[in-house]
Design a protein around this ligand. Structure first.
Ligand code: NAD
Ligand code: MLT
Length: 306
């Protein structure tokens, strides 16, 4: 059993009881490939690339477990072709991720992070950090899936008006949530805040790029706590520089770890290092869910949805 990223202690206890648990730094490619040779199960979060090469060097591998939601760092097709099962924990961290998006949105609306940093430098600048209320504002949700719904429900309590773009959900379902489904064009044109909650796929990468940002309501604030690159980073930096976008909150980056970015230069951009799922609660749920799934998979039993 190979664990390539941090896993909740409770999950480690469950696994150590039955299996020979080994650890490797999944971002150290050579170490990962070497350790995979003997592994029959691999557990990762989002930083380890489980691509075709990684699967090919692991002849004993039976299951790859993603302790979280997004499977964009796992080559599911290649795993399937090698008879390797892929499991994830699709509901484990959705509350934490939705709360992170809201934390970013409120921080961007009220300049919390930049005002805090300034005050800690000894600068008491009240007028510089005048913000906006969210009540009465139009919030556009791009991707009304598990996290998008939790985000929308919570934003409704702030007295916002909610619209969403998601061609795969039924208008009736959106209406139940008090959300009006619209096309992407209308969402871009109307929203005061936009929050993106999409999976990263060839279709969604760069979905909000230069062309789309040219059509937004001036002064919009954009949040991305889903996946890096859904909002094109250079196009966003250009729109911020022009003042068309008034602020942004980003938890994810096209290349991670991201230790420098043109976006870091803006006072009205709040950034966090992919912390959406980084709560004790989410990590316990994700770790325990994948520990259970991996155990069942290695015992050759049916693995229900985690
Ligand atoms: P989900 O699958 O439940 O929802 C995604 C929604 O996007 C679905 O409703 C789907 O219909 C919609 N969608 C797919 N393609 C689309 C397209 N081209 N245009 C418009 N809508 C489209 O996923 P989720 O659990 O809500 O997760 C959303 C994202 O959040 C994922 O990328 C996930 O990896 C990410 N995430 C990030 C963190 C973090 O730490 N920042 C934590 C958890 C999840
Ligand atoms: C996820 O998709 O679950 C998130 O990116 C969280 C994570 O892996 O840290």
């Amino acid at each position: 059993m190979l664990i390539a990223e941090e896993l909740a202690p409770a999950a480690l206890d469950v696994l150590a009881y039955d299996f020979d648990v080994r650890h490797v730094d999944g971002t150290d490619r050579a170490a990962l490939l070497g350790a995979l040779v003997e592994a029959d199960a691999l557990i990762v979060r989002s930083a380890t690339h489980v691509d075709a090469e990684a699967i090919a060097v692991a002849p004993r591998l039976k299951v790859v477990a993603r302790a979280g939601v997004g499977l964009d760092n796992v080559d599911v097709a290649s795993a399937t072709a090698h008879g390797v099962m892929v499991v994830n924990a699709p509901t484990s961290n959705i509350v934490s991720a939705a709360e992170q998006a809201i934390a970013l949105l409120l921080s961007v609306a009220r300049n919390t992070a930049s005002a805090s940093a300034a005050l800690k430098r000894g600068e008491w600048k009240r007028s510089r950090y005048t913000g906006v209320e969210v009540q009465g504002k139009i919030v556009g949700v791009v991707g009304l899936g598990r996290i998008g719904v939790l985000f929308a429900q919570r934003m409704a309590a702030f007295g916002t008006r909610l619209i969403a773009y998601d061609p795969y959900i039924q208008p009736a379902r959106a209406a139940q949530l008090g959300v009006r489904l619209v096309g992407l064009d209308e969402l871009l044109r109307e929203s005061d805040f936009i929050s993106v909650h999409l999976p990263r796929t060839p279709e969604t990468l760069g979905l909000i790029g230069e062309k789309e940002l040219a059509t937004v309501k001036p002064g919009v604030r954009i949040i991305n706590a889903a996946r890096g690159g859904l909002v094109d980073e250079q196009a966003l930096a250009d729109a911020l520089a022009e003042g068309r976008v008034a602020g942004a909150g980003l938890d994810v980056f096209v290349t991670e770890p991201a230790t420098s970015s043109p976006l870091f230069g803006f006072d009205n951009v709040v950034v966090t290092p992919h912390l959406g799922a980084s709560t004790g609660e989410a990590q316990d749920k994700a770790g325990l869910a994948v520990a259970r799934s991996v155990k069942l998979a290695l015992q050759g039993e049916f693995v229900p949805d985690a």
